[in-house]
Ligand binder design. Structure first.
Ligand code: PXP
Length: 241
């Protein structure tokens, strides 16, 4: 069965638009779990532009499901992760000027750093996932760090959905997912996935976990969050080609 993790960062983005107290990310996490989400994802960025330290503490304490802590490999945030002990960390690159995470990590260039990070997390029984481009060199690098999961960046595929470049981007994802699974990694996918393009990604059997935020929170503005989550669950778990 495929796993769906809901990223609730954009509930915090709306709150931060007014620097107030609503909407509350904890409540969004709880509603998503009630609707059947397998896990909750929150990205504590270095600049705290949406999710903050209080949010991740409350989610860890009060949401009874898989908690995926998305983070950059930055000393301050690593320390927070080791105190928080989420079920899983997803390590992403982070640039202050970007609107959202724009691409995968380059682990191959700095393998020792990521090996140490993976070991630190494993000592606390935290699973480790690296967010990478669909690139064999990066997949081999993840394997070398001893990590458990690769999350393959689907953003370029999503941007080219239904254009002539889509098949090429889709093939890159399929080849990467099948290769990663063949060397014993668990395969996740995320970025830019929505209620249409996810159906195409489901053709890749090797992908067993999805991390989706923006499209679900956007739909929630019209349908409510519970229905938006259920609609995505219907696709991820029950869509028949
Ligand atoms: N996976 C990772 C690693 C991300 O950085 C993000 C964006 O925060 C997502 C998944 C979710 O992407 P989207 O909000 O486009 O669904």
């Amino acid at each position: 069965m495929k796993i769906l993790n809901i990223n609730i960062d954009h509930i915090a983005t709306i709150r931060e638009a007014r620097k107030g107290i609503e909407p509350e990310p904890l409540l969004a996490a709880q509603v998503a779990v009630l609707a059947g989400a397998d896990g909750i994802v929150a990205h504590l960025r270095e600049d705290r532009r949406h999710i903050n330290d209080r949010d991740v503490k409350l989610i860890r304490e009060l949401v009874d499901t898989r908690f995926v802590f998305e983070m950059a490999a930055n000393e301050e945030i690593i320390k927070i992760a080791l105190d928080l002990i989420p079920d899983l960390v997803t390590i992403v690159p982070e640039k202050r000027e970007e609107l959202t995470t724009e691409g995968g990590l380059d682990l191959a260039a700095n393998i020792e750093k990521y090996k140490k990070l993976t070991d630190k997390m494993h000592e606390k029984n935290i699973l480790v996932s690296y967010f990478i481009e669909p690139d064999k060199k990066q997949i081999d690098a993840v394997k070398e760090t001893g990590a458990d999961i690769i999350e393959i960046h689907t953003g370029t595929f999503a941007n080219h959905f239904k254009t002539e470049k889509m098949i090429n981007e889709f093939d890159k994802l399929r080849i990467a997912a099948e290769y990663g699974a063949s060397i014993g990694l668990h395969i996740a996918a995320g970025h830019g996935l929505n209620y249409n393009n996810t159906k195409k990604i489901l053709e890749i059997d090797a992908i067993s976990e999805f991390s989706i935020g923006h499209s679900i929170i956007s739909r929630a503005a019209f349908t409510g969050l519970e229905k938006a989550v259920r609609d995505m669950i219907d696709i991820i778990k029950f869509y028949k080609r």
